[in-house]
Design a protein around this ligand. Sequence first.
Ligand SMILES: Cc1ncc(COP(=O)(O)O)c(C=O)c1O
Ligand SMILES: N[C@@H](CCOP(=O)(O)O)C(=O)O
Length: 464
Amino acid sequence: MDFISTRGKIQKCGFIDAFLMGLADDGGLIIPEHIPVVPQDQLKAWEQLSYQELMFEIFSYYTNGEIPDEDLKALIHDSYATFRSPDVTPIHTINESLHVLELFHGPTFAFKDVALQFIGNLYSYVSKKQNKIINILGATSGDTGAAAIQGVRGKEGIQICILHPHNKVSKVQELQMTTVHDDNVLNLSVEGNFDDCQRVIKELFADIEFKNKYHLRAINSINFVRILAQTVYYFYAYFQVAKKQSIDAINFSVPTGNFGNIFSGYLAKQMGLPIGKLILATNENNILERFVKEGIYMPGDFLSTYSPSMDIQIASNFERYLYYLNQKDAGKVTELMNEFQQNGKLVIAEADMPQVRSDFDAHGVKGAECLQIIEKYNKESGYLLDPHTACGVAAYEACSDKNEVCVVFATAHPAKFNEALELIPIEQQFPKEIEQLFNQPQYQTVLDYSKEEIVKQLEAFYKV
Ligand SMILES: Cc1ncc(COP(=O)(O)O)c(C=O)c1O
Ligand SMILES: N[C@@H](CCOP(=O)(O)O)C(=O)O
């Protein structure tokens, strides 16, 4: 399997090089040259596999044997040994049409652990095998940062710097990142919002001289390995539900911000998983919902919501979808992305809209709806949703017919967002791992939004 860029201007490369490149060197996003299609009899055989076995099979379609089988198996095994559930991502069934896939059983209680525990181990593996310097640069609205730091803290040969928007992440998210005191971790708390943080890091990754000099590596979903690792739980969820009830296609309702989680579903569907609707669930920062409904991709005003991790206007992975929507025409993608850069807006041809609407459905939750959903499900079934998952459940209610089967992704544990949950008359408890964070000192540098200042911090921190 070769990997290429959505902008078509890099040399084809293998799995490890694609992993290390992160953002493609031509400013595009890395994708596989061809999406492999899993034969139906193979899919049937996968039904019986454990999460770890399934991940090995899926990765084997992409890794070209660059990681020997035994090493890949060990990396996968070690990555999920830190999870609190033996199933890694267990299913909680609300009723026959609604299942919740709990993606929050990893060390930082959010879905990002599923890919980032593995990526942390993979960076460590590559650093040792190839003697590579690994200087990670990431931007976070709260969860990616915590999970990435947890995935690499204290690991030899790896430095990690994470930018988060100052005072715009939940207290628990902030504590998860900033109470880590390992020498290889730098937290920059930037005055601005997540889009500002993501813009700076993308600019630095696109500056090839800087990227090469400082050996920049990505942990955000600009890195294709993040996307691939997230396809695994779509397959796993499908097989878990298929064991409980007879299903044909299944819908997925996916809390969406940077479009990474749902793009993994798009990839799983292209690989042959019988997915019905891919439902894009979001909040008031609804650029993606507006795109699916109106064909216009244009950021609105940034709004702080009950689901802060999805307070994102510019969705990094959208470019990957544009590539497939435009029949893999890298020239067209470049043109569209330049248009977006210049005019702050991108309009999809009317002729493409039937395809968009058959690929995705969408629902954006507004204001109190998020809290009402949490309260309703807690009353009716005793199950406590976090605010991002609540957006997923609201989108299930809006877009999935009751005679269809839908899996909603529970992307975080409710305790990470106690600020929102305290507004509802329900009882909540902190898991002990989160409770103990409140007594610890924090380590972070608060910065104005200034690229020069951020660069100065990185130059002082990274190993070269
Ligand atoms: C808890 C939670 N849910 C959903 C999302 C959306 O995921 P994505 O950015 O991959 O679309 C995020 C982060 O963006 C998140 O942290
Ligand atoms: N919600 C994310 C935003 C970054 O998304 P990523 O999937 O590109 O890492 C976060 O928690 O940081």
